[in-house]
Design a protein around this ligand. Structure first.
Ligand code: ARG
Length: 452
């Protein structure tokens, strides 16, 4: 038995350097489980149409199942001498059942196997990632619930803007992550796992035969009913389509971007200048030179890793853009960016969960920041608007007042009423000073329909 899935028409062995160069086993072993599931289904199809006798299909199924069980137990050791995982599995089968293994490749191509196994991997990986996102959302919700009354300065342009509830600030990230979950669900549902493409042109087996009751057959397997297998509606498209990978990595890029923004906020908040939060020691590292340092490396790496995921997206888009139909070997390079993106984002969600759960708020410092009068300037404008001053005029009045306060180093709330009235006769000091209050400020914003 040749160690390759091809070879008959060749008069020479592959050059060892070319062999090494064309291999994918060192990463595509990760889809072993799904390649084996594809083979289990294929054996059923071959039996149903008479390419395999019931005895042959029984033997093959048993052998495939034994390799599958090994993979599930974590006992499978890839053979790095094989070209790829499909070849590796075929060779093991040959050792187990001899020439019968050669029949498994009837009406089948790696081109179809690869896309089947990669889609199955994606289905499972998406389901897992949705779990990671959901757990992360829970950790943010818990942080918000623990600090339900806390108000912080809100920023635009990283400048003090208006006070906001911390729960709303965190809620903004929950909104983003909920959208991420919806995107993942959409991709999951939209991704059709099909069989019967052959190399590109289809196979001699009638499409109805591929309507195999895969669900029954897969019962009891970890992958369960996730696959929803169908005959391919267009075999040329199936073997050359990698849209699903592009969609997934773009969705993962958006998640990575959200996590990066959150990390950036937390990095800023943990700085001495802000000091809103204390990141637990267990999620920080120190400096080999400066003994006082406690650095937010975890958050910095989350921020940094987003660049890798974007790189993976660009890599797969570039990989695909010039490829003629149908399968081209370039497409073998789709898997590393895919696996890597899932691994990065899943890792980020896991580490951030712990960091968020142990995060402490520094209420004293936050209160000091909230004393900044500029945060309430807009509330002063609304105050004048309520007294029938046109908004634009009120805006100019308060702008002048703020400038006067800064130029003369005098807080608005300590200015005498006579001085306030020079800016607008509508000012009543006793009313105005009450506005420099974070709670009054946040409670006066009623346009947001909060879920609770
Ligand atoms: N390892 C290859 C891949 O992942 C298998 C496909 C090879 N197909 C072929 N026609 N040479 O793409």
């Amino acid at each position: 038995m040749a160690e390759k899935l091809w070879g008959g028409r060749f008069s020479k062995k592959i050059d060892p350097v070319a062999e090494e160069f064309t291999k994918s086993i060192h990463y595509d072993y990760k889809i072993a489980e799904y390649d084996l599931i594809g083979s289990m289904i294929h054996v059923q199809v071959l039996k149903n149409v008479g390419y395999l006798t019931p005895v042959e299909s029984g033997k093959l199924s048993k052998a495939i199942r034994s390799i599958y069980d090994q993979v599930i137990k974590g006992d499978f050791k890839p053979d790095y001498k094989a070209e790829d995982i499909h070849t590796n599995i075929q060779n093991i089968l040959y050792k187990k059942v001899g020439n019968l293994a050669l029949k498994l490749h009837t009406a089948r191509s790696r081109n179809d196997q690869v896309v089947f196994a990669t889609k199955a991997y994606c289905k499972v990986a998406i389901a897992g990632l949705k779990g990671d996102v959901a757990k992360f959302i829970k950790s943010i919700n818990e942080l918000a619930a623990k600090n339900i009354e806390i108000i912080i300065p809100g920023f635009t342009h990283l400048q003090h803007a208006q006070p906001v509830y911390l729960k709303d600030y965190l809620g903004a990230y929950i909104e983003m992550l909920c959208r991420d979950l919806e995107r993942l669900e959409y991709i999951f549902q939209n991704m059709k796992v099909t069989i019967g493409s052959g190399a590109l042109a289809g196979t001699p087996i009638n499409a109805v035969e591929y309507n195999i009751k895969a669900l029954d057959y897969l019962k009891g397997l970890k992958i369960g009913s996730m696959l929803n297998i169908q005959p391919t509606p267009n075999s040329l498209d199936t073997v050359s389509d990698r849209d699903f990978i592009i969609e997934i990595i773009s969705c993962l890029s958006i998640i990575a971007m959200h996590l990066s923004r959150l990390s950036e906020d937390l990095i800023i908040w943990s700085s001495k200048e802000f000091d809103f939060i204390e990141i637990d020691d267990s999620f920080c590292t120190g400096s080999s030179l400066m003994p006082q340092k406690k650095n937010p490396d975890v958050l910095e790496l989350v921020r940094g890793y987003s660049s890798r995921v974007y790189g993976n997206l660009v890599s797969i888009l570039t990989l695909m853009k010039g490829l003629p139909l149908t399968y081209n070997r370039d497409m073998q390079l789709d898997k590393e960016p895919l696996f890597n993106s899932f691994e990065i984002v899943s890792g980020e969600l896991k580490v951030l969960q712990g960091l968020i759960r142990t995060l402490k708020l520094n209420e004293t410092k936050i209160k000091e920041h909230l004393a900044d009068e500029s945060l309430y300037a807009t509330d002063l404008v609304y105050y004048l608007v309520d007294k029938k001053v046109a908004f634009k005029e009120a805006h100019t009045i308060v702008g002048r007042l703020v400038k006067y306060s800064l130029d003369n180093d005098i807080e608005i709330k300590v200015m005498p009423e006579s001085l306030l009235r020079e800016f607008s006769p509508k000012f009543v000091k006793a009313e105005a000073v009450k506005l420099f209050n974070p709670l009054i400020s946040v409670k006066s914003k009623k346009s947001v329909k909060r879920s609770k």
